[in-house]
Write a protein that binds this ligand. Structure first.
Ligand code: DQA
Length: 153
């Protein structure tokens, strides 16, 4: 099984950025550990972070063009769209276009925060949504995608 993890704007600043909300670990450390975890579960993990909406869209579209990473099809996506969660119809449309099951993850509990964070352009088309559990949320998403994959393959 191959999983693509997408992280949106400012998540490259994890560790420095509002640590009381987002924790003190870097994105690099979190993704390295997640990759090891996925590998231990016989899944491959590919990670892409960008601050640019068009780059995230192009990465998603590349699944149609190439159909793959390392010639292996992507079976599931984990996405933390960060601030684009609340703004991006274009990213939503890209995910609908490739039709790969995805899980939406947020480190913080967006529902405890400002009201503009309460609406997501992704939740109604996601397989599931994980909020407020910090970096553990990514691991739960890996587990959920693997379980789903095993049930259907
Ligand atoms: C976030 C929540 C968003 O509202 C915010 O813009 C982020 C991070 C989270 O992981 O909690 O950048 O997606």
């Amino acid at each position: 099984m191959n999983i693509l993890v997408l992280n949106g704007p400012n998540l490259n600043l994890l560790g420095k950025r509002e640590p009381e909300i987002y924790g003190s670990r870097t994105l690099q450390a979190i993704m390295a550990e997640l990759t090891d975890y996925a590998n231990s579960q016989d899944a491959m993990l590919f990670h892409f972070q960008s601050n640019a909406e068009h780059e995230l869209i192009e990465r998603i579209q590349s699944l149609l063009v190439n159909g793959s990473d390392n010639n292996a099809p992507i079976d599931g996506i984990i996405i933390n769209p960060a601030a684009f969660t609340h703004t991006s119809v274009a990213l939503r449309d890209a995910l609908l276009a490739v039709n790969v099951p995805f899980i939406e993850v947020h480190l913080s509990n967006v529902h405890k925060r400002e009201s503009f964070r309460h609406h997501s352009y992704f939740s109604d088309i996601a397989q599931g949504v994980i909020v407020g559990l910090g970096e553990q949320g990514y691991r739960f998403a890996v587990d959920a995608l693997i379980t789903k994959f095993q049930q259907t393959n």
